[in-house]
Design a protein around this ligand. Structure first.
Ligand SMILES: *Cc1c(COP(=O)(O)O)cnc(C)c1O
Length: 414
């Protein structure tokens, strides 16, 4: 049948060879998936999830038992005191905005300890001038770059021992940078070092693309607050939109008062019928993340075989679901993304083109033939159009569909 999809016999043979050589890597992923699945099931059972939690509220959304219980389940799964899981969050970027504005006050300083954060934070922080940025509210920004893909612990310790930093931001995934993702172990080490000299600073983790890749989450190893999108890992491909903030109860409370309004906080927010999708998405998420990881590793193996620079390599440790492929050439990059699109179930006949997306500085191409618009836990591939022309691929609701999409993309560049 691959032939009917335009995949050559040669490429099919290469794919078979890849799978043969990836068995050990796939087994490691299965183990993490099992552990994370049991964590999820335990939380569902502890909170006695039942059909009543699938109900909906409208209007103000007072006393939404489904929403309130979902937030307890998420908190337990993430090892956090509390969480805010809301459809009113437009995206991960929105939830990060809410978390930052909730924690910071005029005169405060935030410090990124892994270099420049994700592109959409430029306007939030004020790196890109914006009248609504943190900078416009007199909140300062500093950053310390990574050294050899790891935290610069001496520089960080020296800076935070002065105690004038209010919040530290750590970004687990690489975003559109060419650095590696940061493992939970690396984060745990830097947090321990920070705590030796400063107990007050708020440590926030942008956990986008990181959930369930490893067996622990940042809030289990000392992060105070953590943010992620529900159209990425934790939504399991079923959540129609939304994002979460999890962590210390006081900070989640502040975030709730920023998302809704002071005095109302977590008490309002209609769920409009999405509770079941959120719960079922979380239930599926460990497996969906494992399918994404297998798709990424398969991609990494094949493209390296074909002579491209890939990161991570197929057998390297991963802390997120993102796979990068360096094409060094705009045309090949675009062809690859268009191939991914042509392998999807939805919008397979659309041809993605680079465009000026709101919130991004360079033109961006985004291939995402997704059930949920823009969902990147579904097989998707995007890239800012800038040298060295690197594709950022992630997702795959099932490995089988992910594999087909990747083969279509490879065939398109061959
Ligand atoms: C996806 C992502 C975000 C948030 O992006 P949205 O598209 O707004 O959900 C933030 N940080 C990182 C590292 C991301 O990957």
């Amino acid at each position: 049948m691959y032939k009917q999809f335009g995949i050559s016999e040669e490429l099919e043979n290469l794919a078979n060879e890849a799978e043969e050589n990836l068995k050990d890597e796939f087994a490691k992923i299965d183990l993490a998936c099992t552990k994370n699945s049991l964590k999820v099931l335990q939380a569902f059972q502890k909170h006695r999830i039942a059909e009543v939690h699938f109900g909906q509220t409208t209007g103000y959304g007072y006393d939404d038992i489904g929403r309130d219980t979902i937030e307890k389940v998420f908190a337990d799964v993430l090892g956090a005191e509390d969480s805010l899981v809301r459809t009113q969050f437009i995206s991960g970027t929105h939830a990060i905005t809410v978390a930052l504005f909730a924690c910071l006050r005029p005169g405060d300083t935030m410090l990124s300890i892994c270099g420049k954060p994700y592109d959409t934070l430029d306007s939030i922080i004020g790196i890109q001038e914006n009248p609504s940025s943190l900078k416009a509210y007199k909140i300062n920004y500093e950053q310390i770059d990574l050294v050899d893909n790891d935290f610069d612990i001496p520089a960080i310790v020296e800076r935070v021992s002065k105690k004038d930093i209010k919040l530290i931001e750590i970004q687990r995934s690489r975003g559109y940078a060419l650095r590696h993702s940061l493992s939970v172990e690396k984060m745990e080490k830097v947090i321990q070092e920070i705590r030796k000299v400063n107990q007050e600073v708020i440590i926030m983790v942008d956990n986008c693309y990181g959930e369930f890749v490893q067996e622990k989450e940042p809030t289990e190893i000392g992060a105070d607050i953590m943010v992620g999108s529900l159209i990425k890992n934790l939504g399991g491909g079923l959540a129609p939109n939304g994002a979460y903030i999890a962590g210390r109860k006081d900070l989640v409370g502040l975030a709730a008062e920023r998302l809704t309004s002071p005095g109302q906080g977590k008490e309002v927010g209609p769920t409009l019928g999405i509770n079941k999708s959120i719960l079922q998405g979380l239930y599926m998420a460990p497996h969906v993340v494992s399918s994404s990881l297998k798709t990424a590793i398969f991609t990494s193996y094949l493209l390296e075989k074909l002579g491209y620079q890939v990161q991570p390599r197929f057998n390297e440790k991963r802390a997120d679901i993102v796979q990068t492929i360096e094409f060094g050439n705009e045309e090949k990059l675009i062809k690859y993304c268009q191939g991914i699109q042509s392998g999807s179930a939805i919008d397979s006949n659309s041809v993605p083109m680079p465009w000026d997306m709101p919130g991004y500085t360079d033109k961006v191409i985004m291939a995402a033939g997704a059930f949920t618009m823009g969902s990147s836990i579904e097989l998707s591939c995007d890239a800012p159009i800038r040298s060295p022309y690197v594709a950022f691929q992630q997702g795959g609701l099932t490995y089988e569909y992910g594999k087909l999409g990747v083969l279509k993309a490879i065939q398109n560049i061959l």
